[in-house]
Design a protein around this ligand. Sequence first.
Ligand SMILES: Cc1cc2nc3c(=O)[nH]c(=O)nc-3n(C[C@H](O)[C@H](O)[C@H](O)COP(=O)(O)OP(=O)(O)OC[C@H]3O[C@@H](n4cnc5c(N)ncnc54)[C@H](O)[C@@H]3O)c2cc1C
Length: 505
Amino acid sequence: MLPSASDVVVVGAGNAALCAAIAAAEHGASVLVLECAPEEESGGNSRFTAGAFRCVYDGVDDLKVLMPDLTEAEIANSDFGSYPEEKFFDDMGRVTEYRTHPDLCETLVRESRETMRWLATKGVRFAPIFGRQAFKVDGKFKFWGGLTVEAWGGGPGLIAGLTEAAKKKDVKIAYETRALSLVADDDGIAGVRVRAGGRSLEIAARNVVLAAGGFQANAEWRTRYLGPGWELAKVRGTRFNTGDGIAMAFAVGAMACGNWSGAHAVGWDRNAPEFGDLSVGDGFQKHSYPFGIMLNANGERFVDEGADFRNYTYAKYGRVILSQPGQFAWQIFDKKVLHLLRDEYRIKRVTKVRADTLEELVQKLEDVDGKRALATIAAYNKAVRKNARFDPNVKDGRSTARLAIPKSNWANTIDEPPFEAYAVTCGVTFTFGGLKIDRQARVIDSDGRPIAGLYAAGELVGGLFYFNYPGGTGLVSGAVFGKIAGDSAGQRAADAVMAKSAGRA
Ligand SMILES: Cc1cc2nc3c(=O)[nH]c(=O)nc-3n(C[C@H](O)[C@H](O)[C@H](O)COP(=O)(O)OP(=O)(O)OC[C@H]3O[C@@H](n4cnc5c(N)ncnc54)[C@H](O)[C@@H]3O)c2cc1C
C-alpha cells in the first residue's frame, strides 16, 4: 500500500538512491523509495557491478578503517600504495580532457574518503580487489591504477547491504512502482505521479531525489543523442534506465548539462544479450586487451591497446569498437599472457576460439579477413621492441616501433601457442549527459536557479564525465552525491517541520 504523502521521495533503488534514502532518513524524515523494476530485478546498474569504488586513501591505515578484516599477512604481502586527492584530480582532469565541472569534481574527490567511511558505518563491507587490480610480481601483490577497494559481494552485496541499512531506518521501498512525472507549484516540487499495479496516483512530497539512472537503455534516445549506430550497441546493465528521471526534471524546467553525445562504453561479448543478465553480472566485459592486440573485420589493428592502464582506456574503447566495420573486434593473446587474463575470460558464455598455430587461429576468427589478419600479426610481431622488461603493474614502455597504430606499453610478440581469441562488440554502460546540479545536489533550472525541493544523484547527473571515465568512479559518484542529496532533502524536510511547529507555537 503506497502512502499518500512522504517528506522525501527518492526515485530509483540503485546505489545513489539508497544512499540518498539513508541520509534523508537520518534527519528524521519519512522516506519513500520508488523502484519501477520488480524486486528480483531491482538495484539498477549498481547491482550489475563488481562493486569497485575509486576513493582517496593515504595508505594502509586508511584502508584498515574501511576493511577492518584485512589480515597482517595480506598487509605484509601487498603494496597498496596510496591514492591522494591530487592523483584523483589528475585522473579526472586527464581522462575528461579537463572538461569535468570543477565544483562537482572537487566535491567528488574531497568527499570520497569520508563517504566511504560513512558507508562502512551503515554496514556496507569492503575488500581489496586482489583479483583484478593487483598483479603478483616478485611475491607481492602490487595495486595499480588508483582502484583498490570493492564492496563485499560485488554489486549484489552492495545493494543488499544498502537495502538492509535503509529498511533499518524505516525507509519504505515500493517495487514495480514507476515514477511518471513531477508535480510542481509556485513553491517548487509538490509531489510525484506514479503508476503501480496498473493504476496512476499522486504522492505528495515537497522533497524529491531523482536517482533513476541515465538513458542508455533507451535505443531511441541513444541514437538521438550519442549518434547513428548507437542503437546497435548492447546494454551492459539494467533495462530500466531509459532517461525517465531526466525527462521528468526537464518537464519542470531543469537545465541540461554535460557531455550529451558521450557515454561510458566498453568491449563486451559479441553474443551477449541485448541487456544485462544478473546471473552473469559484468562477466561479458573483456578488459585484458592491454596484454594482446585487437583486430577488426578487415584483419587490422585500429587502436593503441596499451595506451594506458585499462582503468583509463576501457570506458572509451567501446565507442571505437562500435565504429569498426560490423561493430565488432577480436582480441588476440598467446600463451605468454594467458595467465594474466581477468576472471571474465573464464565464464561459460564466452565467444572464444583457440588454436595451436596462427594460421589455424585466423581461420577461426568469424567474419574476419584471415589473410590480412595473419599479415597484421606478423607486422606487429616484427615491430615489438624488447627495450624494456614486460611488467603488467606499471606502464612499462615496452612498445612497438614504426607501426601506423603503435602499441605503447605491454607489447609482447604473439608467437607462443596456444593462441586464444575473444570476440567483442560495444557494450554501453551509462550515458554522460544529464541534469545540472550544484554542490548541494540541487537541480538547477534553465535560469540558473535551484528548483526548490528537487535533488539529483548518480548517472543522471551531467557534467562530471566527458569522453572517458576513470574506472570505479560511478559508484563513488552515486554515493557522494546520493548522500549529499539525501542530506539536503532530509534537512529541508526537517526545517519545514520546525518552521511549522514554530508557526503553531
Ligand atoms: C556491468 C556493469 C559493471 C559496472 N561496474 C562498475 C564498478 O565496478 N564500479 C563503478 O563505480 N561503476 C561500475 N559501473 C557503473 C555503475 O553501475 C553506475 O555508474 C552506478 O551504479 C549508477 O548508479 P545509479 O544509482 O545512478 O543508477 P542505478 O544503479 O542504475 O539505479 C537507477 C534505478 O532507477 C530505477 N528507475 C529508472 N526509471 C525509473 C522510474 N521511472 N521510476 C522508478 N524507478 C526508476 C531503475 O530501475 C534503477 O533501479 C558498472 C556498470 C555496469 C552496467
